[in-house]
Design a protein around this ligand. Sequence first.
Ligand SMILES: Cc1cc2nc3c(=O)[nH]c(=O)nc-3n(C[C@H](O)[C@H](O)[C@H](O)COP(=O)(O)OP(=O)(O)OC[C@H]3O[C@@H](n4cnc5c(N)ncnc54)[C@H](O)[C@@H]3O)c2cc1C
Length: 391
Amino acid sequence: MIVQRTAGEPDNHSDIRETVRRLCEAFPGEYWRGKDAEGTYPAEFVAALTEAGLLTALIPEDYGGSGLPLSAGCAILEEIHRSGGNGGACHAQMYTMGTVLRHGSDEQKDSYLPGIASGDLRLQAFGVTEPTSGTDTTALRTTAVRDGDRYIVNGQKVWTSRAEHSDLLLLLARTTPLDNVERKTQGLSVFLVDMREVLGNGLTIRPLPAMLNHATTELFFDDMAIPASSLIGEEGQGFRYILSGMNAERILIASECIGDARFFIDRATAYANDRVVFGRPIGQNQGIQFPIAQAFAHMEAAALMVAEACRRYEAGEQPGTQANMAKMLAADASWEAAETCMQTHGGFGFAREYDIERKWRESRLYRTAPISTNLILSFLAEHELGLPRSY
Ligand SMILES: Cc1cc2nc3c(=O)[nH]c(=O)nc-3n(C[C@H](O)[C@H](O)[C@H](O)COP(=O)(O)OP(=O)(O)OC[C@H]3O[C@@H](n4cnc5c(N)ncnc54)[C@H](O)[C@@H]3O)c2cc1C
């Protein structure tokens, strides 16, 4: 039996894992199935995580959090996904908070982080993607124009998840027109927008029904006025700030993928042992057991890459290559496990009550978001292999 390797070795965070497992027992498949069918937000689950202090694990103790390293966040998200749940309802707080922590002013940190740590304030929404620019972030069209002691924001975001369940929005907008900057990565700025102040007053949030229950939305900014104090760090440096948070985001999401892969492999194995067809367990057939074994091997390899990316991150490196590889390999491994689990279950894989089709839909997201596989491959080709930039 292989000892379960996890992100962040050598500290496996076994106590935290146990706490998360126990908490998740109160939120079984039936709970998630109901939320999925209704398309409603798992508010009770998020409240329980907040109550247990798990959502604020990465906030420093000075601001009321637990001050734990990234690997603790990885352990929490992996266990949620392994249990059959979905951390997508709340995972963003773990990585968006890092941008405020690293680049925000003392005043911003003092005014927001304690509230986030206590659960009174939610920073769950991250507005980067736009309908016209797609992955080409620097081509985004949302503008924020300084007007005395405020900025006036105009534009649109798409796929801004959890905006209806968040008080704060981390927003990327252009503050200097593309024509006036030397490099297109310049002139973008990050704002911490208090959506409670502008909802219905320059900000419109419209739900965007999707293949999975992800509380995702479209945002419309129509002369939305926000205080100049909403700016994070220096004007024009926003792209750099967003990039600096992306390694943590990739590593945390890769951990969710590992959790999903473990869920699918657990379920596929149990079903392959139980289901008897032609007078023997289907798992006795190599056509059934080999794909599960292969998915297991790929998941273990991906978990090692997640652990390595996390180790480097915690050592103070900027492990862009490892974080991207971890996210890609983990997303591929979870999708392979999802497909294998679906196939192992035959027709019953399609029955809602088994939770396989729901998890299959949910796990597919991570080959596309927060960054799609092609973009990771082009990053590796250019930055690791020295091949010409392809875009
Ligand atoms: C459920 C869900 C939740 C999301 N939540 C958020 C959120 O909270 N905040 C947020 O900002 N965004 C969010 N996103 C957006 C997500 O990050 C993007 O969908 C993702 O980054 C891909 O961008 P795109 O959809 O614009 O694809 P596009 O950029 O239009 O690309 C389409 C396809 O073309 C490929 N492609 C594009 N250019 C190239 C190239 N040069 N070479 C090779 N292939 C290329 C891409 O890999 C992709 O496969 C979410 C998306 C979904 C589906």
